[in-house]
Design a protein around this ligand. Structure first.
Ligand code: HEC
Ligand code: HEC
Length: 283
């Protein structure tokens, strides 16, 4: 089993051996004068993982891509934040309300991105930000939900995320969230697809290696939503998970599915201690 995965990984790696490993760089990420924590100690629950530190995906990108994230004028993700601000104030749905009718401005949602996905007592479930936004839309506004990984949803997530920029990711994994977290952990280590690769095969055992033209990171989500130069839009966490699972040539779970919600909680917890960086810029 393990053998087969190694062969699959080897097949995906670029041929020139001298180029196959590149250290993540040691640059410092300062956004608009605020220094981000982009490398830090492993959270306690990761003691057994074969890693020394947790690191933001920012360290694995080229200097040019990195620079785009250091200045809000250069960061194309910020355009979507502006769009979301318009949506924040638009009245929609049968209750005749906007987000602004109930929430005192996006700043009142500071801390949300750092602590979500999070257990919601009334609903009896772990909720992602997207689930909470849609619950407000359907139940509080009488409006249609946004499609889970739509640009509108990604934009609203970016607006909410920005309010937590620089705060340490701090998702709870115990208490009522524990069961969902364990399910996410199991998915993370399960080998899927014809290639029999798990998330860990690439993002824990091979980060730092080059895979095709890409420098493999730890697959952290502290920078989401992410503007990708590749598709010139903001990408959601579940959109990224979907692409990664598909790369193993497996059937993928859908955005918003209980599996991806559990996986998001688990992956978020692997970044506990890194700064919330979104909206980030990646290739
Ligand atoms: C009719 C009032 C109402 C409207 C309109 C509304 N919300 Fe909410 N929202 C609430 C209430 C009530 C809560 C739960 C309060 C709490 O526990 O923080 C909440 C919670 C939230 C939370 C989670 C906050 C936290 O601290 O966990 C987010 C995020 C959120 N709303 C986003 C939005 C967005 C985005 C919109 C517009 C698309 C919106 N809401 C529209 C009433 C509303
Ligand atoms: C075949 C190898 C491979 C597998 C398996 C894989 N990924 Fe990825 N993933 C990549 C590559 C390549 C990238 C783009 C470069 C990077 O950021 O690592 C990426 C990017 C990511 C990112 C974006 C990181 C950032 O900072 O923007 C996340 C999050 C992610 N993967 C999560 C996952 C999860 C969760 C799984 C398991 C469901 C998974 N990946 C499985 C190869 C893989």
């Amino acid at each position: 089993m393990k053998f087969k995965a190694l062969t699959a990984i080897a097949a995906l790696m670029v041929a020139a051996p001298a180029l196959t490993f590149a250290d993540p760089d040691d640059d410092t990420l300062v956004i608009e004068g605020q220094e981000m924590v982009t490398k830090t100690d492993l959270p306690a629950h990761m003691e057994d993982a074969n890693m020394d530190m947790i690191m933001s995906g920012w360290h694995f990108r080229s200097d040019e891509t990195q620079a785009l994230q250091m200045d809000d004028f250069d960061n194309p993700g910020m355009i979507f934040v502006d769009q979301a601000l318009d949506n924040w104030e638009s009245v929609e749905g049968s209750a005749g309300k906007s987000c602004a009718s109930c929430h005192e401005g996006p700043e009142s949602l500071a801390g949300v991105r750092a602590t979500y996905p999070k257990w919601n007592e009334d609903a009896g479930e772990v909720r992602t930000i997207a689930m909470q936004v849609n619950s407000c839309r359907t139940e509080n506004m009488g409006a249609e939900p946004y499609k889970y990984d739509s640009t509108q949803m990604a934009a609203m997530e970016a607006l909410i995320t920005l309010q937590s920029r620089g705060m340490p990711v701090d998702v709870a994994i115990d208490g009522p969230a524990a069961e969902t977290w364990e399910k996410g952990q199991e998915i993370y280590y399960t080998r899927y697809g014809q290639l029999e690769l798990s998330c860990a095969s690439c993002h824990e055992e091979n980060y730092g290696n080059m895979i095709r033209a890409d420098h493999l990171s730890q697959g952290q989500i502290n920078g989401f939503p992410t503007y990708r130069l590749k598709n010139a839009k903001l990408n959601t966490v579940h959109g990224r998970f979907k692409g990664c699972v598909r790369d193993t040539r497996a059937e993928t779970f859908s955005p918003g599915s209980p599996e991806f919600v559990a996986l998001e909680l688990y992956v978020a917890s692997r970044g506990n201690g890194l700064s919330v960086e979104g909206p980030s810029v990646r290739n």
